[in-house]
Design a protein around this ligand. Structure first.
Ligand code: SF4
Length: 148
């Protein structure tokens, strides 16, 4: 059958972004039309509210967070959200495993969902988010909306 795809909920139109908006993408919806999808927002799943303060990676990217070398902190106040972001990543991976999703289509540039570029200390750089790093570590293929 068609592959099961884990998808960033904001790309499907859910208003779960930090700024209270969605990132609805007609291209994403068209690409997924014949697929079974599992929507997930790692940050909301972790218990963080909508809206919420924007978070930057600090000291590295998602891989470095899992290695304990980097953190996820609120851009304005510097509150450490690393634990919540890791919890959200684990919940996303749980969902992928439960529903047999081997592919994910996630929102680029997010500190959770980014797969090629993320903000570190306010600068866009090459790297992946915390959820993407965990999924890839476990063999899930992660693409972004910008790959379509
Ligand atoms: Fe949630 Fe990921 Fe979308 Fe951010 S990019 S709102 S964490 S689904």
């Amino acid at each position: 059958g068609a592959p099961v795809v884990l998808v960033s909920a904001c790309l499907l139109g859910e208003a779960c972004r930090y700024d209270g908006r969605s990132q609805r993408s007609e291209r994403v919806l068209a690409a997924l039309a014949d697929k079974d999808i599992v929507p997930i927002c790692p940050e909301v799943a972790s218990g963080l509210p909508v809206p919420r303060p924007p978070v930057d990676l600090c000291g590295g990217t998602g891989v470095d967070v899992w290695a304990g070398r980097a953190t996820a902190v609120e851009r304005a106040e510097g509150v450490d959200r690393t634990e919540a972001f890791q919890r959200g990543a684990c919940l996303a991976f749980d969902a992928a495993r439960r529903f047999g999703a081997t592919v994910a289509l996630l929102k680029e540039k997010s500190p959770s969902c980014g797969s090629q570029r993320v903000y570190e200390s306010g600068q866009l750089r090459a790297g992946e988010g915390i959820t993407t790093a965990l999924l890839r570590e476990h063999g899930v293929t992660v693409l972004s909306d910008e790959d379509l």
